[in-house]
Design a protein around this ligand. Structure first.
Ligand code: SF4
Length: 284
């Protein structure tokens, strides 16, 4: 089960995205997948390169559109394990409409956001995850916009699996990705992934000082939606671990099986000339 390929990532040395790549590869192996059973679909940004660095089916999509592609892949072949991945700009700015609706649709997809709180590929502009007052090339006097909370948005959109991790905590991150893959529905895993080149505020040390690991609260129950919302707000979104999981709600695929038991990849889509002509006649 070799999920490594011979492509050398061209991320900057020290970029948090390296650990996320390693965690996906380990998690896929740990849950017993073969490379041909996994598809990794990414958007645009430094993070978007990840689909080319994993030995599996991969598609480097377009900006903010990893999730529409991933949902199409999953619906066409429900037997594939599908991971979608991208940055905070990709998923929470241009792609936010897709993110919210993918969450509430609840297809069995694991969405890993590499959250560095800045736009790295375009050389350092404010993202929806940047803090108020954050100075970048696009906000030289400091950002005057409020910071978006993906965890609160996911919860209010009806998410069935919400987790957060830190790229330095490879053990936790790998475990969460494994749990996300096993979850029957959509799993959002937001990962603090420092951009060492352009974000000099949210550094590895900054995250280590500010993260609140849910392991500190042994009584915490991730099936309690209200407790999850409270903990997200109490920690101002800085908590890591499995924040919320609803195992009761059925995935989109489970529900659609009642209408169409076989996915497209299993159906005979050949059309006879007579059937084709009949179809065309219906639209004349
Ligand atoms: Fe990583 Fe930032 Fe370099 Fe992009 S610019 S590869 S996000 S460190």
């Amino acid at each position: 089960k070799e999920f490594r390929n011979n492509v050398k990532p061209n991320w900057c040395p020290g970029c948090g995205d390296f650990s996320i790549q390693a965690a996906i590869q380990r998690a896929a192996a740990n849950v017993g997948l073969e490379p041909e059973q996994l598809a990794v679909i990414s958007g645009i940004g430094c993070s978007g390169r990840i689909s080319g660095y994993i030995n599996a089916y991969g598609l480097h999509g377009i900006h903010g559109r990893a999730l529409p592609i991933a949902q199409g892949v999953k619906l066409a072949n429900r037997e594939l394990t599908v991971i979608a991945s991208g940055g905070d700009g990709d998923g929470f700015a241009i792609g936010m409409g897709h993110t919210v609706h993918a969450i509430r649709r609840n297809l069995n997809i694991t969405y890993i956001v590499m959250d560095n709180q800045i736009y790295g590929l375009t050389k350092g502009q404010t993202s929806p995850r940047s803090a108020e007052g954050f100075k970048t090339k696009s906000t030289p006097e400091g950002s005057i916009e409020s910071t978006l909370s993906p965890l609160e948005i996911a919860m209010s959109a009806g998410a069935t699996f919400v987790a957060q991790s830190f790229s330095s905590d490879l053990k936790q991150l790998t475990n969460l990705i494994e749990e996300g893959i096993k979850h029957e529905g959509f799993s959002l895993i937001n990962v603090f992934s420092p951009c060492v080149t352009f974000n000099k505020i949210n550094t590895y040390d900054w995250f280590k000082e500010n993260i609140v690991n849910l392991e500190q609260f042994p009584e915490y129950d991730p099936s309690n939606r209200m407790a999850a919302m409270n903990k997200i707000m109490e920690t101002e979104g800085m908590l890591t671990g499995l924040i919320y999981q609803n195992k009761q709600r059925k995935s989109y695929e489970d529900l659609i099986t009642g209408f169409q038991p076989e996915s497209l990849s299993k159906q005979d889509l050949t059309l006879s000339e007579a059937d084709f002509n009949k179809l065309v006649a219906e639209f004349k």
